[in-house]
Design a protein around this ligand. Structure first.
Ligand code: GDP
Length: 301
């Protein structure tokens, strides 16, 4: 039977699928084959750094005679892909004794941040934890309304202020309230766009400082949300946010609609930040903890 994840990742899988044909059709290992493998990895958005590492190691295996026949090439590439991305598999361990465990979410508009917050809240509620949301994307009235409506439908308290309010103030209020009510998990939204990029990054540092005034250990997780469909832009966003706010995790959404799933390797290689969840669809169950083995298996036929 087909693993449902394989079906969700079908577009990335078919983009990498040409590797299969390529290698299966090769009668010997030569420079042309290696270059075609390299091109395929780059085409699926693995990025130059990750691709170079994989190709260098493949060449090394060939030079040492470990890879000597075409049939050994695909398993070698698979093993390198797994080695590269395995360190990024670090499940987010929510510690409810923190009361609250604070998850600060950051990311540019449209990547699926608000949806991801809802899916995370659902996950923790299903584990029997109490959840509160902070509507910190005060720059966008629609984002505040979206979060409030979600909270009402799901019986989750949402702390919000009028649109245009200070994000740090909203999150500060929410953290106070969550502490008073002994909430297990507080998930805070933040703006995805301000007048300038510099302004956004400044505001996010301020949010972190304000949170630390109440709880020096918080936020316990600063999670960036990126859209896999944006490919190398997702990598650029990760780089930029990481410089501003010390990310502790990344969630990559919309992997179901794109052939650019290779970007996870670029993120793992270049930033070394844990990939916490992958989004492979619209429902709460479609936000899955990132599992390296399952992922590599799902994208390589
Ligand atoms: P925000 O601007 O970052 O808050 O983005 P939203 O949370 O409003 O999401 C934008 C759109 O992306 C919505 O239509 C979501 O349903 C959709 N979306 C989010 N995550 C996924 C995913 O993993 N797969 C798919 N197919 N759609 C997603």
């Amino acid at each position: 039977g087909v693993d449902p994840l394989e079906a969700r990742l079908a577009r990335t899988r078919s983009s990498l699928g040409s590797l299969f044909g390529l290698i299966a059709g090769a009668s010997r290992i030569d420079e042309a084959l290696i270059e075609e493998i390299e091109t395929t990895l780059l085409t699926s958005d693995m990025g130059i750094g990750a691709t170079t590492r994989i190709i260098d190691r493949l060449r090394d295996g060939i030079a040492r005679g470990v890879v000597s026949e075409p049939a050994q090439v695909l398993p070698a590439v698979q093993a390198e892909l797994y080695d590269l991305i395995e360190p990024a598999e670090q499940f987010l361990a929510v510690d409810p004794s923190k009361k609250p465990f604070v998850i600060l979410t950051v990311g540019v508009n449209g990547v699926g941040k608000t949806t991801t917050i809802g899916k995370l809240a659902r996950r923790y509620m299903d584990e029997g934890l109490s959840v509160m949301l902070a509507a910190g994307d005060t720059f966008r009235a629609a984002a505040v309304e979206q979060l409030k409506a979600w909270g009402e439908r799901n019986g989750v308290p949402v702390v919000a202020q009028q649109s245009g309010a200070d994000t740090a103030a909203v999150i500060y209020d929410a953290l106070h309230s969550a502490k008073a009510r002994e909430i297990d998990v507080l998930i805070a939204d933040t703006a995805g766009r301000l007048h300038t990029q510099g302004h956004l990054m400044e505001e996010l540092s301020k949010v972190r400082r304000v949170i630390k005034k109440i709880d020096p250990e918080a936020p316990h997780e600063t999670m960036l949300v990126v859209d896999a469909g944006t490919g190398q832009n997702a990598l650029a966003q990760a780089r930029q946010f990481n410089e501003a706010v010390e990310l502790t995790g990344i969630t990559v959404t919309k992997l179901d609609g794109t052939a650019r799933g290779g970007v996870l390797f670029a993120i793992a290689h270049e930033l070394g930040i844990p990939i916490r969840f992958i989004g492979v669809g619209e429902t709460a169950a479609d936000l899955r903890p990132f599992d390296a083995g399952t992922f590599v298996h799902a994208i390589l036929p």
